[in-house]
Write a protein that binds this ligand. Structure first.
Ligand SMILES: O=C(O)/C=C(\CC(=O)C(=O)O)C(=O)O
Length: 317
């Protein structure tokens, strides 16, 4: 069944809708687990997609996100603004406000955003902004504009989420290390997993976190990075043949090296995947391969996201 995009919008040709009927994870998530990277899209008839977008997704509603949350066993969501909505955060805000305090947001704002608008975003549950450097998703934004935004959101206690391609890290290094907030990197900085774990490319990313204790990373999206597979699909993977096996060493190294600065998310509804759509339940069962102990899983899924997004509620040590 092809999922609709309402409001007169037409899905990008070849668009893959999210996996229908995900399995129940084998992994019993720790109480209070947080899906720390996911999205809501539209519905287009209520929350139009941005004119400058590079893709048009299927609608993916807050109700469907919250149903997935409950199905997988998560307690909370961090909803991240995607480029298809540009700097129009209304769908994100609507979802956060409807969540009963169980969702926080990471918004996209422009330099023209007013202080009153920032405060309204905060009151709706936003706790960060996202800077996207992936060229297939966005046009160039001057770094002085981004730095200005970072300096304006720092007093709110917000952080900056950054999304970039690994080959662009050298050019972005000075900007990232100048940011005055906590910085959270999406999807491990998208490493090329065909290259060696101890090679200079991934070594530069590890050095970034080692030298800058304010920089965190999400160890999510193996389905975007894997070359070898197998896909997280029923019958294609299993306990003896984990999905996305070539990504495991990279993600596990980050979890074991920086256990207090890692986050995980489903990335539902998985925009812009081209060759398959993962079963989200099997994605959750990927977690023990990269966080092999209950303590590491609790840090990854509960302690770290609670410290960052619900510090007023975190009861950790
Ligand atoms: O959803 C993700 O994290 C990854 C995306 C989409 C995205 O980041 C966006 O549109 O903002 C991608 O690689 O196309």
């Amino acid at each position: 069944m092809s999922r609709p995009t309402t409001g007169g919008f037409v899905k990008t040709p070849g668009w893959l809708d999210w996996y229908d009927g995900p399995s129940r994870p084998q992994l019993a998530l720790p109480a209070g687990a947080v899906d720390a990277h996911c999205h809501v899209f539209g519905p287009g008839e209520r929350f139009p997609y941005a004119p400058q977008r590079k893709y048009t997704p299927c609608d993916a509603s807050k109700e469907q996100l919250f149903a997935l949350r409950d199905h997988l066993g998560f307690a909370r969501n961090v909803i991240v603004q995607a480029t298809c909505h540009g700097a129009d955060n209304r769908a994100l805000i609507d979802a956060c406000q409807a969540s009963g305090g169980r969702a926080r947001g990471v918004a996209t704002v422009q330099r023209s955003v007013t202080d009153a608008e920032l405060l309204a975003l905060h009151d709706s549950g936003v706790r960060g902004v996202r800077f996207n450097f992936v060229k297939r998703l966005v046009d160039f934004t001057p770094k002085d504009e981004l730095l200005d935004i970072a300096q304006r959101i720092a007093p709110l206690g917000w952080h900056v989420v950054v999304y970039f391609e690994a080959q662009d890290l050298p050019e972005l290094w000075d900007f990232f290390t100048a940011l005055p907030t906590t910085v959270v990197v999406d999807h491990m900085g998208r490493p090329d997993v065909r290259k060696p774990l101890d090679g200079p490319e991934f070594g530069l990313f590890v050095r970034l976190l080692r030298e800058h204790p304010n920089i965190w990373t999400k160890v999510s999206c193996p389905e975007r990075l894997s070359v070898s597979g197998p896909p997280a699909l029923p019958g294609r993977c299993g306990p003896e043949q984990p999905p996305y096996a070539d990504v495991i060493p990279f993600a596990r190294h980050l979890v074991q090296t920086f256990p207090d600065r890692v986050l995980w998310g489903t990335d539902w509804p998985h925009p812009n995947l081209k060759d398959h759509m993962p079963d989200d339940g099997l994605l959750v069962d990927f977690i023990p391969h990269i966080a092999p102990t209950p303590e590491l899983q609790r840090k990854l899924l509960v302690d770290n996201p609670m410290r960052l997004y619900w510090p007023e509620e975190w009861k950790g040590d």
